[in-house]
Design a protein around this ligand. Structure first.
Ligand SMILES: C[S@@+](CC[C@H](N)C(=O)[O-])C[C@H]1O[C@@H](n2cnc3c(N)ncnc32)[C@H](O)[C@@H]1O
Ligand code: SF4
Ligand code: SF4
Length: 328
């Protein structure tokens, strides 16, 4: 799967957002509004690129992708070409995008709505997200990025039950942008986060709600005695880290958001997605064997391939202190 940004604008301003280097917030002074949306010509270029790459899965994101004025046209084009779509949205959708998604009856599409804790919502945000969830119900799976070590995820269960949503929840661990300024969870807080996830799984598992942990989680953030029950309660772990390949609205390309300041290239430099993956993989190779902390070097979980040692942006930062991540 490759990701495409439909717009570099966003109507929310999450402090942890690792896309903040690539997006221009509505209220930002000097925001470059000249290249705000992916053009329909460039969309066709992207589709041809994915076809050449024999890729039929695409992630649509931004900024907030539903703000694209031609959002329905873009979805229709990808569906007509046989793509499976994962849409990442914050749920604050314009009415036309919501109506369109409500009418769409497609097995080829999943919408992931990334919510923040209700206590952190701006005025009106809670109601608007609730209206989106109510309109889309099972077409939506929730996403939640853990941005505080003392996070409370019980509200997610309430949302799934109240709006009859898909029973899978994507949990992300907020990661730093290498050389950037976003807030994120610090390593010393990982064990606290691990314990909270284990407690959340005790509530989700019996209800038939499944937690899927995205990249960057580590084995040692969990107590050994919690891991078995978590698996029993349906928690899944992601043990791979590959260049996901994000394509920006100006067709610039980077490996993944945490590495977006590290090196950006352009779609025109490559024939296929596989070439891009190889290009970035070569650059990352030197860091693959290590991990973000000294303990990782001789860790059996790393040697056994059960832990990657955390987000590779943190590993690179540990070798390049000048690029070190900001404090949470
Ligand atoms: C950049 S957002 C864009 C789409 C949409 N605005 C949203 O929030 O879902 C794409 C994905 O990145 C996630 N994300 C943002 N900042 C992150 C961070 N620091 N670490 C991990 N995931 C993050 C979001 O939750 C979302 O799943
Ligand atoms: S995570 Fe999504 S909603 Fe939040 S600021 Fe970033 S792009 Fe916007
Ligand atoms: S590889 Fe590093 S992060 Fe993973 S379990 Fe071992 S010490 Fe922890």
């Amino acid at each position: 799967m490759g990701n495409v940004l439909l717009t570099n604008y966003c109507n929310r301003r999450c402090k942890y957002c690792f896309a903040q280097e690539k997006i221009a917030f509505e209220d930002a002074a000097g925001a470059d509004k000249s290249k705000r949306f992916l053009s329909l010509d460039d969309l066709e270029k992207v589709i041809r690129f994915f076809k050449r790459s024999a890729t039929n899965q695409v992630g649509l994101l931004g900024g907030e992708p539903t703000l694209h004025p031609d959002f329905p046209v873009i979805i229709d084009r990808f569906l007509a070409e046989g793509f499976r779509i994962k849409l990442f949205s914050n749920g604050l959708m314009p009415g036309a995008a919501l109506e369109y998604l409500g009418r769409l009856d497609s097995e080829q599409m999943l919408t992931i709505i990334n919510v923040n804790h209700p206590d952190d919502a701006l005025p009106g945000e809670r109601d608007q997200v609730a209206a989106t969830l109510d309109a889309l119900k099972r077409k939506v799976a929730l996403g939640f990025n853990i941005y505080r070590p003392d996070f409370d995820g019980e509200f997610l269960i309430d949302l799934v039950e109240r709006y009859d949503l898909d029973r899978h929840i994507r949990l992300g661990l907020t990661q730093p942008i290498l050389g950037g300024q976003n807030t994120h969870i610090l390593r010393e807080h990982y064990p606290e986060v691990g314990q909270r996830i284990a407690r959340l799984a005790e509530l989700t598992g019996p209800r038939g709600i499944f937690l899927g942990l995205d990249c960057g989680f580590t084995v040692c953030m969990f107590k050994p005695e919690d891991i078995g029950p978590m698996i029993y309660n349906g928690v899944t772990f992601k043990l791979t880290c590959n260049p996901i390949v994000d394509i920006g609205v100006d067709l610039s390309v980077w490996s993944c958001f945490p590495l977006s300041r590290w090196e950006t290239t352009h779609l025109d430099q490559f024939e296929t997605r596989q070439e891009i993956v190889r290009y970035y993989e070569n650059k990352l190779q030197a860091f693959r064997g290590v991990g973000a902390t000294a303990d990782c070097l001789e860790c059996r979980h790393k040697l056994g391939g059960n832990c990657l040692g955390g987000c590779i942006a943190q590993t690179i930062a540990s070798f390049t202190p000048a690029l070190g991540p900001s404090a949470a």
